[in-house]
Structures are given as C-alpha cells and as structure tokens.
Design a protein. Structure first.
Length: 208
C-alpha cells in the first residue's frame, strides 16, 4: 500500500507545527509509519538563505524567491517518492501549497498556470489532502507576538490579510490538492479531532 502526503497550511500562528507533530505521534501510536517534514528547512543551505531573507538580510526579486522556496522542496523529491512507495505517511508543516499562496497568490512572482507547470516539470508530488487551518490576521498577530523573533512579514496586518485571501482562493478551487478548511480559532484538541475525523472519512487513515 502506498503512503499518503498530508499537508497542513495556514497563515503564521495557525497551528501547523503543533498539529503536524500531534498527527505524526498519533499515526505512530496506531502502528502507521510516519514522518514529519517542515518547510522551509532553515537548517539546510536553501533554508538558511530563506531565513536571512525573512530577517531582512537580502532583497531578492519575486521570481528568484519563487524558485528559492520551490527549491527547498525539490531537493526532497526523491526521498518523498521513496517514502511514499514504502507506505510511509508524510505529514508536512507547509509545502508547495505555501509557495503557491505567498509567491503566486500574494507577490505575483509567477502566474498560477506557470507555477503548476513548474511543479509538473520538477515532479513535485501533489498532496493527497491539504488542511487549511483558518485563523484571522488578528489572531495570527496575537499568537506570534508572544514569540521573540518576528520576520519581515509576520507583523503586518495588511500582508496577513492578503495571504488569507490567497489561501481562501486556493482552498475554494482545490488548487494542487484536495483542500479542507478547519477553524483554527478552536482549541488545539478540537482542531486535531477534526483533522483525524476527516482523515478517517477519506480513508487516509483506518477508522477505529
């Protein structure tokens, strides 16, 4: 049985990190081989470049940013394919769908049509399911303000509103995957329960 690629999306502070960790733990407890991926991978060369950009260290062109963010996933194409072929469940805290949201939907670095062609050419795996954890820009700012470091975008309500609108469009049109919207304003446990319920209903994880 082939594995599945599950992606968690949302604006900053939506809870993707917490939920992806909880999901991997849940799957392992059920005896399902699972691994968590997170993008950008700031400890890797491409991720370090992205991190410097987000901290205001570089002023890259929009098109270069699209390629830069996409490259962070392209480097893992072979390992993702191998894991799925072995039946492993991959849980991603952000993925190419994030690049489509920010670089295509907000920054207009490249058209959606060309971005999807890019993904096809480089064989970026389409997710089996994408969970969009919906929160308001106000909630995002409130949650992120509790952290010490905020990047060049996270503190801007106008920017977060644009990102939210981009996510809403992708989710509505099921771009690059089957999207499911979850109210990220709810408690961590309520959000997680809804994720598990949806995965069971879709046959991605076995029902109890």
């Amino acid at each position: 049985m082939s594995g599945k690629l599950v992606v968690l999306e949302g604006i900053d502070g939506a809870g993707g990190e917490v939920q992806s960790k909880k999901l991997v733990e849940y799957l392992k407890q059920k005896g399902i081989p699972a691994r968590r991926l997170t993008y950008p991978e700031y400890e890797k060369p491409v991720g370090r470049l992205i991190d410097e950009y987000l901290k205001g260290g570089y002023d890259f062109s929009p098109k270069f940013l699209f390629v830069l963010y996409a490259s962070d996933m392209i480097k893992d194409i072979d390992s993702i394919k191998a894991s799925l072929e072995k039946g492993e469940m991959l849980v991603c805290d952000r993925y190419f769908t994030t690049t489509l949201t920010y670089q295509v939907g907000v920054m207009k670095s490249i058209s959606l049509e060309n971005a999807l062609k890019f993904a096809e050419i480089f064989e970026i795996k389409k997710p089996d399911i994408v969970f969009y954890l919906r929160i308001s820009p106000e909630t995002s700012i409130e949650r992120k303000s509790k952290e010490k470091e905020v990047d060049v975008h996270e503190g801007s309500r106008v920017f977060l509103k644009s990102v939210t609108e981009a996510y809403e469009r992708l989710a509505k049109e099921n771009v690059f995957g089957n999207w499911f919207v979850i109210d990220g304003e709810k408690s961590i446990e309520e959000v997680f329960d809804e994720i598990i319920k949806t995965l069971k209903n879709k046959g991605i994880v076995p029902a109890d």
